[in-house]
Design a protein around this ligand. Structure first.
Ligand code: AMP
Length: 349
């Protein structure tokens, strides 16, 4: 999606991925091998004007030596802080952004103490390499501690208080090297099993959006950020509680391809290539629905007026994000009807 956004601007992407079947390989040249392979990274850096990433789990130290060859954007510091839930929460706290009460857990004894202090329900999570609900265990009774520890017990965990939220929302914005900052409207996101199912945008709540933009700006300015950044929040008693951030284009921003004047992908490229940022004005009311595990019946979905279909060309696997679709309507009620029609045709396996 990034490469596709680049072509009209005269930008050419090339990729490094672990598989020759990677979606990017369908539309741009690709190097294939381990993501932290020094030789491959150096090759990519030497043939590029700028390096970026759309997956945040590359070790920062693998990128460090490339900085003398080419700029890395977003900055490595943003990548590194987002790789560890504890560091991420510390950054949010430092910037006066509310987070769930939490405690670091490195041994079963720590977990027992954390559950005692913070209470139940709570979620035990891996601090690193967890995404889409992977590496998480809900502790809803004290006597579940042993079970949780047997399931994912190890060093480097975090126990956080379960948030009883009315909504999950995300804000996405872009910041240029010159400090110009644009933000998209909020998206309201529905997850199940820790994975995004669908999102509605704009989620029009003026006070939440104002606060989310202030928080986004604080994080971006603190990190001297360049590129697109997403922050996910829980809405708890009408207030935002930050869950996590992603220093990259984000699934909850895929609606911007059809739903905004400038997509998140284009704005990411504009930001990292020192171009003026594009308008984030929404063009109507959108719903974006993920295809998970298996592809839906394309022809039937395409009967829904104006539906935009995105097939990433990935091999099906349970829970894997294989594509998405977006519907855009002038009125929210019409969007909701189109969403309902589309959901009837989509099975999540
Ligand atoms: P994460 O990997 O942290 O984004 O978690 C994936 C999903 O699990 C979130 O989008 C929520 O739906 C749920 N979740 C994670 N942490 C919490 C929490 N502290 N309280 C309630 N739900 C949570």
């Amino acid at each position: 999606m990034m490469a596709l956004a680049g072509y009209p601007l005269g930008l050419r992407c090339s990729f490094l991925d672990t598989s020759p079947e990677a979606p990017g390989a369908q539309v741009a040249p690709i190097l294939v091998g381990p993501l932290e392979d020094a030789g491959l990274l150096e090759k990519l850096a030497s043939q590029s004007d700028v390096l970026t990433f759309d997956w945040e789990n590359i070790a920062g130290r693998a990128l460090a030596s490339l900085e003398r060859l080419t700029p890395i954007r977003p900055p490595r510091a943003a990548l590194e802080v987002s790789q560890d839930r504890l560091h991420e929460k510390a950054l949010f706290k430092r910037l006066r952004i509310p987070v769930a009460a939490h405690a670091a857990v490195d041994a079963q004894r720590d977990l027992e103490r954390a559950v005692l202090e913070l209470g139940v329900p709570g979620i035990l999570k891996t601090r690193r390499l967890g995404y889409d609900g992977k590496g998480q265990f809900v502790i809803d009774r004290r006597d579940k501690i042993q079970e949780a520890w047997s399931a994912i017990g190890a060093e480097g965990l975090i126990y956080e208080k379960f948030q009883v939220f009315s909504r999950e929302v995300s804000i996405i914005g872009a910041r240029s090297g010159a400090g110009e900052l644009v933000a998209y409207p909020l998206s309201a996101n529905t997850h199940a099993g820790g994975i995004l199912r669908y999102g509605l945008a704009p989620f029009v709540r003026a006070n939440l959006e104002r606060t989310a933009k202030i928080y986004l700006k604080r994080v971006m300015n603190a990190l001297d950020y360049i590129g697109v950044l997403a922050i996910e929040f829980f809405v708890v008693n009408g207030r935002l509680v930050a869950n996590e951030m992603a220093p990259r284009v984000h699934n909850s921003g895929h609606w911007t391809i059809e739903g905004c004047v400038t997509s998140q992908f284009e704005n990411h490229l504009r930001a990292i290539c020192n171009m003026p940022l594009g308008s984030t004005r929404p063009l109507g009311h959108t719903a974006m629905i993920n295809f998970l595990g298996e592809m839906p019946d394309r022809e039937r979905l395409l009967e829904i007026e104006g539906l935009a279909f995105h097939d990433y060309g990935k091999a099906p696997r349970a829970g894997r994000k294989l594509g998405h679709c977006t519907v855009l309507r002038a009125r929210a009620a019409d969007r909701d009807r189109a969403l309902k029609d589309a959901l009837k045709l989509i099975k999540w396996s």
